[in-house]
Write a protein that binds this ligand. Structure first.
Ligand SMILES: C[S@@+](CC[C@H](N)C(=O)[O-])C[C@H]1O[C@@H](n2cnc3c(N)ncnc32)[C@H](O)[C@@H]1O
Length: 197
């Protein structure tokens, strides 16, 4: 199998890492949802050696994630859990943070709801949920490139699309999380941080 590669990951990892390195300075363990190729996990594990980084995704992506982990020779990154947020199984134990990138516009709304509920159960008190990706605010997708991306996503599958910030924030509030940061990152993406009470 050819090792998977995402140019977008290469482009966005440094600005994401800048925020994570600041907010996860006292954190010990991170669980990632939808690790994709595994590139983000490897980069963040290397940048933050104080963290234990736990990867996950649906089974079809595991081989690629395992290749990235193996090639990294890092000891603080963990093999992927087979997690579909709509199905489970969620990991055992509690984490200081959960990270997910570019997943909300791929998941159906019902899956996003289950993701917030699952995240709230695996976060320790005071833990952080860090969600990265393009976002819609009060019905408006500001960047033309994101409007085109949204149209493409919906044409491919009607359940996909760039999500409304207010909807995600309501889901977070409903499961006991409070918005603490919404970071504007390059290429019209957001890194939103909620904290579990
Ligand atoms: C666009 S990719 C992003 C991958 C990676 N996080 C990145 O930023 O490059 C979307 C990811 O979400 C995962 N995903 C989609 N639906 C999911 C679900 N219901 N449960 C868990 N992961 C899901 C996909 O398998 C895929 O890895």
């Amino acid at each position: 199998m050819t090792k998977p590669f995402s140019q977008a990951c290469e482009n966005n990892r440094a600005p994401i890492s800048q925020v994570l390195e600041r907010i996860l300075v006292d954190c010990q363990s991170v669980f990632e949802i939808g690790s994709g190729t595994g590139q983000h996990a490897v980069w963040f594990s290397r940048a933050m050696p104080h963290l234990q980084w736990h990867t996950s995704d649906r089974i079809q992506n595991h081989q690629g994630i395992k290749q990235w982990i193996s090639d990294s020779s890092l000891e603080n990154i963990h093999q992927p859990l087979d997690l579909d947020v709509g199905v489970g199984p969620w990991p055992e134990g509690l984490f200081g943070a959960v990270f997910t990138a570019n997943t909300a516009h791929i998941m159906a709304l019902s899956e996003i709801e289950l993701m917030f509920s699952g995240v709230s159960k695996i976060l320790m008190s005071g833990g952080l949920f860090c969600l990265y990706g393009p976002m819609q605010y009060s019905g408006l997708i500001a960047a033309e490139s994101n409007r085109a991306f949204d149209a493409k996503l919906r044409a491919v599958k009607s359940t996909q699309g760039i999500r409304e910030f207010n909807d995600l924030n309501k889901l977070a509030t409903a499961v006991g999380m409070e918005l603490i940061e919404d970071n504007d990152l390059p290429a019209n993406n957001q890194l939103i941080i909620w904290q579990k009470h």
